[in-house]
Design a protein around this ligand. Structure first.
Ligand code: GLN
Length: 444
C-alpha cells in the first residue's frame, strides 16, 4: 500500500500521525478485489482517510493529544466514523491537546511540522490532519473546528478545509472542547473531495441533541453552477491593519477573478467583529472548564495511585495528566463562571454573541457569501509564538466568528507568498454549504 509506504518514509520527519492502523492494509486489499470484480462502488468507498485524534474510535486509541488519555480506547465509534465504515482508516492524527491551540505544538506527544517548510508550524489544532492530507499520507481527513482549527491549518498547509454549519455534522463521539462551538469537518486536497466527504458525514443523528434534520443533500451537484450573479460581500473588518498586506492583496486578486466570472462584489460591514476575540475565549474556556471536569482519573484517564484523600487524587491526576494550555483554559473558564464574575464575563460574552450572530443575519440578507483572508499571517516558525499566548490566540481572529455564530466557512488555497501557501476564507449563511462550495470550486 503506497500510503503506508509513504507514511513509513516521511512521517518520522513530519509527525502527522499519533497512531497508524496497521490492519487497514488487509482491508485495502479486500476493496481492491471488489473493484476488480467490476462491482459498483461509490466514489468515496474504500478511500484511505485519517482522523484527528479527538474523534472516538472503537478498538483504536483516542488520546486527544493528551497524557490524560494516553491509553484510552473508546467503547464506541463516533457517528462520522460509522458513516465512513466503508473507508479505510489509515490512522489518527496529531493535534493540540483537546483541540486547544493554533500550531499543534501543544500535543503531549510530538510537534507536527509544516510539509512546505519543516521549520514552520502546520497550524492547529488539526495540524496533523492538514499535514497528512497535504503530504499525501491519506486522501482526506476529518478535523474538528471550535475556533478555526480546520480552516487555519488547511490554509497553512495548502489544502481545503470546511467547518460546516453547526448541527449539520453529528458531534457524537467528538471529545468536547466548547460544545456550542465544536464542529467536525473535512480536510481534503480539492473542493470536489470536500463535497463528497460532506455527503457522507452530514445528516441527522439522534445521538447528538444539536443535530439538525434537513434531509440528505448531494453537495457535489452544484459545484459547477458558477458564481455568475452571486452576491459576494467583502467585510472591511476582516482587512484591518493586523493582517499581512501581502495576504490582503492575494484575497483581493481572488475577488477580482470572481468578479470577472460574473459575481457581484459588495462592500459590507460586520460591526461587532472586533468583540469576537473576547467573546470566543470567554465562551470556549467556560465550556472547556465544564467539559473537561469529567477527566478525574477515576472513570477514565491518567491516574496516579498516590493520595491521602479525594481532593489530592483529583489534583494529582489533573496536574500531571493535563498540559499547560489546557490548564490555562480551565482556569480562565472557571474564573469567568464563578458566582462573582459570571455576570461580568460569561453572561456578557453570551450577550455579545447574539450581536455577532445578528451582524451575520443582517449581512446575509444583502449578500450570498463573504470572502476574507483565513489567517492574519503566513505560517510561523516552530517555537515563535508559543511563549506569547495573545499572539497565538490571535491566529484565529478571522475564523472564530463563524463558530460563534454557527455559519459554514471554508478555507481554500489561493497562491503562495515566500513559498508558503495562503488561504482564502469563504463564509455563507446557515446551511448554505452548497454555494460556499460552488464559489470555492471557482477559486480552485
Ligand atoms: N486556537 C483556538 C483555541 O485554542 C481554536 C481551537 C479549535 O478550533 N479547536 O481555542
Amino acid at each position: 500500500c503506497t500510503i503506508l509506504n509513504r507514511i513509513n518514509n516521511i512521517d518520522e520527519k513530519l509527525g502527522a500521525y499519533l497512531t497508524i492502523v496497521k490492519e487497514s492494509l488487509s482491508e485495502a486489499k479486500a476493496v481492491d478485489r471488489k473493484i476488480g470484480n467490476g462491482d459498483y462502488i461509490e466514489p468515496l468507498e474504500g478511500i484511505p482517510y485519517s482522523l484527528k485524534d479527538n474523534i472516538s474510535t472503537r478498538k483504536i486509541k483516542t488520546t486527544c493529544g493528551s497524557k490524560m488519555l494516553e491509553n484510552y480506547i473508546s467503547p464506541y465509534d463516533a457517528t462520522v466514523v460509522e458513516r465512513l465504515k466503508k473507508n479505510i482508516l489509515v490512522g489518527k492524527t496529531n493535534l493540540d491537546e483537546f483541540g486547544m491551540g493554533s500550531s499543534t505544538e501543544n500535543s503531549a506527544y510530538k510537534i507536527t511540522k509544516n510539509p512546505w517548510d519543516l521549520t514552520k508550524v502546520p497550524g492547529g489544532s488539526s495540524g496533523g490532519s492538514a499535514a497528512a492530507v497535504a503530504s499525501g499520507l491519506c486522501f482526506f481527513s476529518l478535523g474538528s473546528d471550535t475556533g478555526g482549527s480546520i480552516r487555519q491549518p488547511a490554509a497553512f498547509c495548502g489544502v481545503v478545509g470546511l467547518k460546516p454549519t453547526y448541527g449539520l455534522v453529528s458531534r457524537f463521539g467528538l471529545v468536547a472542547y466548547g460544545s456550542s462551538l465544536d464542529t467536525i469537518g473535512p480536510i481534503t486536497r480539492n473542493v470536489y473531495d470536500c463535497a463528497l466527504v460532506l455527503n457522507h458525514i452530514s445528516g441527522y443523528d439522534t445521538k447528538d441533541s444539536t443535530s439538525v434534520n434537513r434531509g440528505k443533500k448531494d453537495y457535489t451537484k452544484g459545484l459547477k453552477n458558477g458564481v455568475c450573479g452571486l452576491k459576494i460581500g467583502i467585510p472591511k473588518e476582516y482587512f484591518h491593519d493586523g493582517i499581512d498586506n501581502r495576504i490582503k492583496e492575494k484575497i483581493i486578486e481572488v475577488v477580482k477573478e470572481l468578479e470577472k466570472k460574473g459575481a457581484i462584489i459588495i462592500d459590507v460591514n460586520l460591526p461587532h467583529t472586533k468583540y469576537g476575540f473576547f467573546t470566543y475565549y470567554n465562551i470556549a474556556t467556560a465550556e472547556c472548564s465544564l467539559n473537561l471536569s469529567r477527566f478525574d482519573g477515576i472513570r477514565y484517564g491518567y491516574c496516579k495511585n498516590e493520595y491521602d484523600n479525594l481532593n489530592e487524587l483529583y489534583s494529582h491526576n489533573r496536574t500531571l495528566g493535563f498540559g499547560k494550555q489546557v490548564k490555562k483554559n480551565i482556569i480562565l473558564g472557571t474564573n469567568s463562571l464563578i458566582k462573582t464574575n459570571y455576570e461580568k464575563y460569561y453572561e456578557k460574552g453570551a450577550k455579545v454573541r447574539t450581536l455577532i450572530i445578528k451582524d451575520f443575519k443582517e449581512v446575509f440578507k444583502k449578500v450570498d457569501l463573504l470572502i476574507t483572508p483565513t489567517t492574519p499571517t503566513l505560517p510561523f516558525g516552530i517555537g515563535e509564538k508559543i511563549k506569547d499566548p495573545i499572539k497565538m490566540y490571535k491566529s484565529d481572529i478571522l475564523t472564530i466568528n463563524a463558530n460563534i455564530s454557527g455559519i459554514p466557512a471554508l478555507s481554500i488555497p489561493c497562491g503562495f507568498i515566500e513559498n508558503m501557501p495562503v488561504g482564502v476564507q469563504i463564509m455563507g449563511g446557515y446551511f448554505n454549504e452548497e454555494e460556499v462550495l460552488t464559489c470555492a470550486y471557482e477559486v480552485e
